[in-house]
Design a protein around this ligand. Sequence first.
Ligand code: HEM
Length: 138
Amino acid sequence: MSVGSENLAYALTQVVHNFGAAAVLGAAVFALWPDFRAESARRFAWLILLGWGAQIASGAVFGLTSYYYYGATPDLSSLALAALAVKVAAATSAFLLVAVYLVRGRDWARARVRLGFQVLAALAATALTAAAFLRWFS
Ligand code: HEM
């Protein structure tokens, strides 16, 4: 395979990953600020679910792409591995949280829904911070 196809695979995966990152943080913050938009919370939640799903899928595709071109996943430093573990944990818990809200949250109190979005925003900020460490310590 040419270097071109490899770079293209990484670049296209990164497009999805970048927009997913923008969506998970942006949608949670926008739902909360400047005022909590309780009436649109479910629509924001769908966008956030899609965003976390895109992060998990494109993150996995990053790993698979490396495996396909190199026959191995990258040899990460322990700090980079920890940053990756933080991202995976944040993504898994956020995806579950927003899914639980969509399935069960119809009669949650406003304050509870607001807290849920605050946790989602915090998980997105944590994952984005971990991404920087993964990038520069790998
Ligand atoms: C299952 C979850 C995830 C996996 C497996 C994953 C995996 C990866 C990988 C392999 C890279 C390339 C790293 C590099 O260039 O050295 C990357 C980059 C990135 N990820 Fe993730 N990721 C996940 C979740 C997330 C989440 C939840 C966010 C943000 C909310 C995020 C934000 C980013 C950003 C911004 C970059 C680009 C960093 C840069 O090159 O400057 N990722 N991710």
